[in-house]
Design a protein around this ligand. Structure first.
Ligand SMILES: [Ca+2]
Length: 282
């Protein structure tokens, strides 16, 4: 079964080069954020948490800020971040073959079993069903591999780390706190791949916040409800400017949003090409 080998670390791989549109240049950080700092080991993590709480005490509830208390610096996460590029190396052909091995039949079957849901989501948000199916299988094999790292702890560790803190993970940290603050999801109690991704399509916190959509009633649950996870993902693409019915292969109008989903060229192209293959084989 392809699930076991090729998709075991799907979420973790996907996480690596994800990129947030909420980029804050270091030169332009607001004063409050400048009070925070970064480091390359865990020695100042507790100090960073205290500084964070102080800086944002009027922005978030005390109960939200208290979620930081139990977090530890996770050096395993930093190691994953440093080593991640290797996972995406090689030619597109070899990467694509590895990641989609054995996936066509099971993904088509899953699509057929969720035909109406996918059609409704496509109709509502304008994002082609096959693109969502491609992301769903590549990220978590339909919710099978959701990751095993505490989400808030992962995000806090990466937001504190110097390498990509300001450009990528600090905005994710603020989004994560907002998600907790609004009672949307307690990320201090949820698990994801090492870069803090959420649910069946491994959404970064900024994406969860922007896309947040309840397809099947009863509140948004991107873990147990595949329709919620897929609708939230489609809604994110829509809000980022997905053109209804537009192309998504390299060189077409929507490809730039697939590029925004993940920074790896190989992974971007894999999402698009596999989606096209699904459509042609349906
Ligand atoms: Ca729901």
């Amino acid at each position: 079964m392809f699930f076991k080998k090729s998709l075991l670390t799907a979420g973790a791989l996907a996480a690596a080069f994800t990129f947030s549109p909420v980029y804050t240049p270091i030169s332009g950080v607001p004063q409050a954020e400048a009070q925070l700092f970064c480091a390359n080991d865990g020695s100042r993590f507790n100090e960073w948490k205290s500084a964070f709480k102080k800086t944002y005490k009027s922005k978030y509830k005390a109960s939200t800020l208290a979620k930081l208390d139990g977090l530890k610096y996770d050096s395993g996460i930093i190691k994953s971040d440093r080593n991640n590029k290797k996972s995406f190396k090689g030619t597109f052909e070899s990467f694509y073959a590895r990641r989609t091995k054995g996936a066509l039949g099971v993904t088509l079957k899953r699509w057929r079993n969720n035909e109406r849901t996918l059609a409704n989501i496509e109709k509502k948000y304008g994002v082609q069903a096959e693109v969502l199916m491609s992301i769903w299988v590549l990220e978590t094999a339909f919710g099978r591999y959701l990751g095993n790292k505490n989400i808030l702890q992962s995000i806090a560790t990466l937001a504190y780390d110097c390498r990509r803190s300001k450009s990528l993970f600090f905005p994710e940290m603020l989004a994560a706190m907002t998600i907790i603050d609004r009672g949307m999801l307690d990320l201090s109690k949820r698990k994801g791949a090492w870069a803090g991704e959420i649910g069946q399509t491994q959404l970064l916190a900024t994406r969860f916040l922007l896309g947040y959509a309840d397809y099947d009633g009863g509140g948004v649950d991107v873990y147990k409800s595949a329709p919620d996870a897929l609708a939230t993902t489609a809604n994110w693409f829509k809000k980022r400017g997905w053109r209804r019915g537009g192309g998504y292969l390299p060189g077409t109008s929507n490809y730039k949003l697939i590029q925004e989903w993940n920074r790896s060229d190989n992974y971007q192209k894999t999402i698009a090409v596999f989606a096209d293959k699904l459509k042609k084989n349906k």
